[in-house]
Design a protein around this ligand. Structure first.
Ligand code: RB5
Length: 145
């Protein structure tokens, strides 16, 4: 796994994010931290948009976003045309989102998935590759002209 990976969360996702970062470090993956770094209440769109800007600028290739449900992060992140964010609560969707949709941002809900499942989802997302072909033509149609 040599992907340039960004990570971010709000307060609700902070603990799970820290756990995932430790798992990534064990796997030798270098991550760029975009916050939040404290348990103080904060607003998930601020972090989703920071990640979107970094992807758009080519500073990171992919990212993991954690909030309470993953929903707010995914909605906000997908407002950036460079982002294809998916919210996952099981590994199959994470893998297929890479293979068929070339998803570049994985969102998870710390109040939805347990730690073990979150790690499985993360590993599925990071190890899968985009299949291209017919899927590339479809992905190219995602952003409206
Ligand atoms: C914060 O309470 C919560 O609303 C946020 O983490 C997220 O779940 C929103 O989608």
């Amino acid at each position: 796994m040599t992907v340039q990976l960004g990570v971010a969360s709000d307060h609700a996702g902070l603990e799970l994010k820290r756990t995932l970062v430790k798992e990534l470090e064990k796997r030798g993956v270098l991550v760029r931290e975009f916050g939040t770094t404290t348990g103080d209440s904060c607003d998930y769109p601020d972090f989703a948009h920071a990640i979107g800007r970094a992807i758009e600028a080519g500073e990171i290739e992919r990212a993991i976003l954690i909030c309470g449900t993953g929903v707010g992060m995914s909605i906000a992140a997908n407002r950036n045309a460079a982002v294809r964010a998916v919210v996952c609560s099981e590994p199959l969707t994470a893998r297929m989102s890479r293979q068929h949709n070339d998803a570049n941002v994985l969102c998870m809900g710390a109040r939805v998935v347990g730690t073990g499942t979150a790690i499985d989802i993360m590993d599925s997302f990071l190890s899968a590759t985009f299949e291209g072909g017919r899927h590339a033509a479809r992905v190219a149609k995602i952003n409206p002209a």
